[in-house]
Ligand binder design. Structure first.
Ligand SMILES: C[S@@+](CC[C@H](N)C(=O)[O-])C[C@H]1O[C@@H](n2cnc3c(N)ncnc32)[C@H](O)[C@@H]1O
Length: 256
């Protein structure tokens, strides 16, 4: 199993889910060992009012495992990048917070997910959100152009997490914030799970031990890394894999 095969399996899984959402407005279930990531309980981590203001078809297309906006402290006028934006729920909520002077960019590598998100954005009539095709290991943005990076249950899907953290750090302005929800583990996963493509697509096979995750972020240059364990024990047996909210900063430039 190589990186290319993992990416193809992930793209296939989320393309299929996007088409299902488009056809039937299907609701996601827990992704453990099944066809995709997403915990139907995770939607409860958002403020009831802000989610209730969105059409059901958009809110129920969430495949996340937490609420990356909870600790992002978004402000009017900020530029936000969502890594692996899926159907766009977090982008739409972020767009409200940054207002008309702000901007939200959703990045996703799966064409059918982008079509779903763009259709949702058109339905909502939001002018400060755009969706771009690309991979978070090679973010298609110039250096230091983003105030905040968010992501919901996506980084675990990458076979090259060093590149993801390196690219996120590069795209952030100095002093910029990183606020993600992701699946991590409390101890190493059994090799049989690591080698299973369905487990990767289900957001478990590629999950790192929390200590390794933090170490990679630190190596990329992030500081003030904080972990907020949330979402219970996860879906994959005695707390081995669980959802965490991870926040960090790109250091401010010395003159600032
Ligand atoms: C589990 S879903 C989460 C979607 C969304 N964040 C949410 O909360 O509903 C993972 C998404 O990340 C995208 N994705 C996976 N790996 C990616 C990568 N390397 N670069 C960009 N997008 C990726 C998939 O296409 C999919 O839309």
């Amino acid at each position: 199993m190589d990186d290319r095969q993992i990416k193809e399996a992930v793209r296939e899984t989320y393309g299929e889910l996007a088409r299902r959402f488009q056809d039937a407005g299907a609701t996601a279930g827990c992704g453990c060992g099944s066809s995709g990531c997403g915990d139907s309980q995770a939607i409860g981590l958002y403020g009831l009012e802000e989610v209730a203001a969105l059409p059901d078809t958009i809110a129920s297309a969430s495949l996340g495992c937490g609420n990356p906006l909870a600790l992002a402290s978004l402000k009017e006028g900020e530029t936000v990048l969502d890594l692996g934006s899926g159907g766009g729920l977090d982008c739409f909520l972020a767009a409200r917070r940054v207002g008309p002077t702000g901007r939200v960019i959703g990045l996703d590598m799966t064409p059918d997910m982008l079509a779903l998100a763009r259709g949702n954005a058109a339905h909502l009539g939001l002018s400060n959100v755009e969706f771009r095709q690309g991979e978070m290991e090679a973010i298609p943005l110039a250096d230091a152009t983003v105030d905040v990076i968010i992501s919901n249950c996506v980084i675990n899907l990458s076979p090259d997490k060093d590149a993801v953290f390196r690219e996120a750090f590069r795209a952030l302005r100095s002093g910029g914030r990183f606020s993600v929800s992701d699946i991590v583990t409390s101890r190493p996963l059994p090799e049989i799970v690591r080698q299973n493509l369905r487990a990767w697509s289900g957001c478990v096979g590629g999950a790192l031990e929390l200590t390794a995750y933090v170490e990679k972020m630190r190596a990329a240059g992030f500081e003030r890394i904080e972990i907020d364990r949330q979402g219970g024990d996860g879906c994959c047996g005695d707390g081995l894999a669980f959802s965490a909210r991870i926040t960090a900063f790109k250091p401010s430039a010395p003159a600032e």
